[in-house]
Structures are given as structure tokens and as C-alpha cells.
Design a protein around this ligand. Structure first.
Ligand code: PGA
Length: 252
């Protein structure tokens, strides 16, 4: 049985003090789901240290939104996996569609970053998903296959079993348009099939696949009740305690 995993992706929102204030409220609002649902939040880099302090001793874990693939060196403006680990980060979101579209990230680049994250002792949340044009052209499953295979290439089943994959249709992110539970389940089942080919059936059954794209308290129950939807990666609705806790409770 896979334990549900809800992660908030705050994107470029909240200062360190705003993050700490919200997390002090959130930890109380989600404490009752402790063993049933795994919960993480991904504040911007500048708020990670304050967030780590605010969630100490709670059932909320810390995630980051990106990292560099190299351990250190002349990469102005970048942050390494080790630096994140040192702040108490457990998960790193990689290959988010905003990073792919706005910052030219590739599957090969995501693959390298996964290695860095594992080496530092953290785990990746690997994002995949098609654009509206790709869906309308009937290419959704091909696009997702290429992304999953490219990003996860070369990792052992033992490592892979602990990875999280997030299926986020680009057309559903921040738009208020959610994939129907049927559309999402179809892609999630396809991804689990790819993981079976890549590793083995046992490992594929262990990997948690989150859905992301306009998840809200009122659509979370329906999405999260699908066989292969094991959690959610939540953007806009993760910025308010009541909304995020509402999504957590939909599963808990
Ligand atoms: P959204 O974002 O929930 O605001 O659509 C999801 C994401 O980008 O991870």
C-alpha cells in the first residue's frame, strides 16, 4: 500500500518570515494525519532555513524547488544539492514544467540532477507532463514516455522505488483547468507501466505518482481516489493553510 504524499510547491512566493508564519499554523492544521499522509512544502531557497525551523518536530517535511547538478564551483546564482541537504531538505522537485519552459531544462539535465540529489542523501520529485498542443495532437503518452525514460535512465530499482513522479499536464497548471480524474488516471497508469518496463512490477508498485495542476480541496477527493494517483503536487492552493490542509484531509 502506497502512502499518500501531498507536496506544496510555493514557487516564487513568500518571504522567510511569511513562510515561518504560515508553517506555524499549518503544522497544527495537519498534525492529525501523521501516519496516513506524508506532507511536504517547497518554499523558495531564501525561506528554507526559516521553514526548517518552523516545522521542527512536526509531520511536515521540507522540499526544494530545484538544485544544480554539480556539487560546487563557478556557477553564479545556483544552489547545490548538498547545500539543501544541510538545511534539512528531504525532497527536491526536478523538471517542473516552468523550469523546462522558462529555463530550458531537459530530460538529460533532470537525469543529472537526480544523481546529485541522491548523492546528497535526498529524494527527487520528478515532474512530467504534456502541453495543450501535445494533448490535442494525441501525443500525451509519447511525450510523457520520453520524459520519464529520459529522466530516470540509469537508476537502479532500489533507488527508483523511493522516487516520486509528478504528472502535471502543463495546460492544467495555474489555469484552474484540472484534468478529469479519468484523463489523469490514464496517464498515471501509463507511467506505472513505464516504470514496470524500466525496473520491475514490484518497484513500479512502490513508486508514488502525484497529480499536479489546479488541485483544490474540492477536486482533491475525486482525483486522489484513482487507483494510480498517490498524492498531489499543489501550487496555488498550497499558499493558504485552509486550502492546503483541506487537500491533505481529502486523503487523510
Ligand atoms: P497549480 O500548480 O496547483 O497552481 O496549478 C501546480 C504546480 O505547478 O506544481
Amino acid at each position: 500500500m502506497r502512502r499518500a504524499f501531498i507536496c506544496g510547491n510555493w514557487k516564487m512566493n513568500k518571504t522567510a518570515s511569511e513562510a515561518a508564519a504560515m508553517l506555524r499554523d499549518l503544522r497544527g492544521a495537519v498534525s492529525m494525519v501523521r501516519d496516513r499522509v506524508e506532507i511536504a512544502v517547497a518554499p523558495p531557497f531564501t525561506a528554507l532555513a526559516a521553514a526548517a525551523k518552523a516545522i521542527e518536530g512536526s509531520n511536515v517535511e521540507l522540499a526544494a524547488q530545484n538544485c544544480h547538478s554539480q556539487g560546487s564551483g563557478a556557477f553564479t546564482g545556483e544552489v547545490s544539492a548538498e547545500m539543501l541537504k544541510d538545511l534539512g531538505v528531504a525532497w527536491v522537485i526536478l523538471g517542473h514544467s516552468e523550469r523546462r519552459q522558462l529555463f530550458h531544462e531537459t530530460d538529460a539535465g533532470v537525469n543529472e540532477k537526480i544523481s546529485a540529489v541522491l548523492k546528497a542523501g535526498m529524494l527527487p520529485i520528478v515532474c512530467v507532463g504534456e502541453t495543450l498542443a501535445e494533448r490535442e495532437a494525441g501525443k500525451t503518452l509519447d511525450v510523457v514516455s520520453t520524459q520519464v525514460k529520459g529522466a530516470l535512465k540509469g537508476f537502479s530499482a532500489a533507488d527508483g522505488a523511493r522516487f516520486v513522479v509528478a504528472y502535471e499536464p502543463v495546460w492544467a497548471i495555474g489555469t484552474g483547468k484540472t484534468a478529469t480524474s479519468r484523463q489523469a488516471q490514464e496517464v498515471h497508469a501509463h507511467i506505472r507501466g513505464l516504470l514496470t518496463e524500466l525496473w520491475n512490477p514490484d518497484t513500479a508498485q512502490q513508486v508514488r505518482i502525484q497529480y499536479g495542476g489546479s488541485v483544490k480541496p474540492d477536486n482533491a477527493t475525486e482525483l486522489l481516489s484513482q487507483t494510480d494517483i498517490d498524492g498531489a503536487l499543489v501550487g496555488g492552493a498550497s499558499l493558504k493553510v485552509a486550502d492546503f490542509a483541506g487537500i491533505v484531509k481529502a486523503k487523510g
